[in-house]
Write a protein that binds this ligand. Structure first.
Ligand SMILES: C[S@@+](CC[C@H](N)C(=O)[O-])C[C@H]1O[C@@H](n2cnc3c(N)ncnc32)[C@H](O)[C@@H]1O
Length: 217
């Protein structure tokens, strides 16, 4: 009998996982086991996600790792995506996970301790409540809301010259079009969509990137 807490796809995408996690891949697997074992009872991930936990969630998140530097705020981390896989893969970058739901921040803190991560701060708040307290080099978010709503929540947390990095699906270009007014108001420029992991066996990941501040042009 197979162990129900082992995601069926854990051995998938071995090349990219080895490349991006390197020596930290065992920590990434440990986090994936924990999510598979407790995710449903804590309301973090639905059972339909279990067979694709590694490819669709962990690998999808860690594809951002090469883009990061300095201090990063992950808004609406939920179960820890993309923040925890990124903190595991990039011990040289400090991740601040901002999430309002107590049950989720308790889980995030318990994982930070279980994995022995020293580069993560967990903050229980809505992002807009801490605009005056934090300034990051980069802000990430995945599955939190559409771009026009996400911009006023996330951009005030960026330093001048900082970067917004959002994991988005097929709707990215349409969201950019709808958010044109917000993009101008919050001084975002070089707004673009990139595909990461196009050599993956599973779907590539679409990332919306934008710089904050006055454009050099
Ligand atoms: C659909 S979940 C996605 C969680 C995770 N990012 C993922 O990809 O699995 C959205 C998360 O955003 C959080 N959230 C919603 N509004 C927020 C806000 N204004 N500031 C910070 N987090 C927020 C919710 O509590 C929830 O955990």
């Amino acid at each position: 009998m197979t162990n129900p807490s082992l995601p069926a796809d854990l051995e998938s995408e071995p090349d990219i996982a080895a490349q991006l996690f390197g020596d930290t891949i065992e920590q990434a697997r440990e986090y994936t086991f924990a999510l598979a074992s407790h995710g449903e009872e804590l309301g973090l991930v639905g059972p339909a996600e279990y067979p694709r936990l590694w490819t669709r969630h962990i690998v999808n998140s860690v594809l951002l790792a090469p883009l990061l530097h300095g201090t990063v705020g992950d808004i609406g981390s939920g179960a820890g995506l993309p923040g925890l896989p990124l903190a595991i893969a990039r011990p040289d970058v400090h991740l601040t996970l901002i999430e309002p739901m107590e049950r989720r921040t308790d889980w995030l803190q318990s994982q930070v301790e279980a994995l022995g991560l020293t580069n993560v701060t967990v903050v229980r708040a809505r992002a807009e409540e801490v605009h005056d307290e934090y300034t990051f080099d980069q802000v990430t978010a995945r599955a939190v809301s559409a771009l026009s709503k996400l911009i006023p929540i996330t951009v005030p947390l960026l330093r001048e010259g900082g970067e917004l990095i959002l994991l988005k699906g097929r709707s990215a270009e349409a969201e950019i079009e709808k958010a044109a007014k917000m993009i101008r108001k919050f001084r975002l420029h070089d707004v673009r969509v990139e595909e990461l992991g196009s050599d993956l066996e599973t779907e590539p990941t679409r990332v919306l990137r934008a710089m904050h501040g006055d454009s050099a042009e």
